[in-house]
Design a protein around this ligand. Structure first.
Ligand code: SAM
Length: 250
């Protein structure tokens, strides 16, 4: 296959421009604390209405989780609880909880929850799973999961969430997230994070868990492309969730 030499002037210029990134001085990447504040302070009804919508992807995810045979589950970053509702529709016997940073989302979701579902949304950070559960009288769950939420926290918050999820979950930890399937994807995703546009932290979720104590097996599933909606950010097309990772526990 024909390739330009890496010393070709066009290649040198292209490398220089892409390494510099867009508007390097005027638009710096925002740090993790700024993004946490962004999530914590959302108030718009229109945003919560949009998060409340069901989708084939939520139903697919719920069915896969129910197949693991849990009796109780907690979602990290549940917003108004749309995934929890999909789970309740898939199995109405489940005890379902959500931990959400944004108190407005918790209040909106609680007010609009279907009668009789018993879903409990709790305000707090995923960095404090044990504290939030203890304050709400919840003594462990079978599955701890996240959907498009750990991708929005930095490595420090994720490390705290992972450590506590490993203690609190009895059966499995599940992530439907922005997963790096290859080292190149990891590198590109991390580089993109350092641009001003991205509030997402890519991870190799299999590597995060495979050698952890108590983990028996880690599965990584492809999300069926026909239900995995892509969105564009400028000229770049992205999928928020690129894999469903199931961490099986002893
Ligand atoms: C993209 S939304 C996804 C919401 C929901 N999981 C869904 O699938 O519709 C990310 C959610 O994570 C929440 N979040 C961000 N940081 C968090 C943290 N440290 N602890 C708990 N929730 C957090 C945000 O407030 C937001 O509701």
């Amino acid at each position: 296959m024909f390739r330009l030499s890496k010393y070709h002037p066009r290649v040198v210029l292209w490398r220089a421009l892409t390494n510099m990134g867009p508007l390097p001085v005027l638009a710096r990447s925002r740090d993790a604390a700024t993004w946490q504040n962004f999530w914590r302070t959302e108030t718009l009804d229109a945003v919560f209405e949009s998060y409340a919508k069901g989708s084939p992807l939520r139903d697919w995810f719920a069915r896969k989780c129910v197949d693991l045979g849990p009796q109780s589950m907690v979602e990290l970053g549940s917003n108004v609880g749309a995934n929890l509702q999909a789970l309740w529709k898939a199995d109405s016997n489940l005890k379902l909880y959500g931990i959400e940073l944004n108190e407005n989302a918790v209040n909106w979701g609680t007010k609009n929850m279907p009668d009789g579902c018993g879903i409990r949304l709790m305000t707090g950070s995923m960095a404090d799973i044990e504290g939030v559960l203890a304050r709400n009288g919840v003594d462990g769950v079978d599955i701890v999961y996240s959907c498009a939420a750990t991708m929005h926290v930095n490595d420090e918050i994720f490390a705290a969430a992972k450590k506590q999820a490993l203690k609190v979950a009895r059966k499995a930890i599940v992530h439907l997230e922005y997963n790096a399937w290859t080292p190149a994807e990891m590198q590109n995703g991390r580089n993109w994070r350092s641009s001003f546009l991205s509030d997402r932290w890519i991870r190799d979720y299999v590597a995060e868990y495979e050698s952890m104590p108590g983990v028996t097996r880690v599965e990584c599933l492809r999300v069926p492309p026909e239900i995995n909606i892509a969105r564009n950010i400028g000229r770049l097309w992205v999928n928020d969730m690129t894999a469903m990772v199931i961490v099986h526990l002893q």
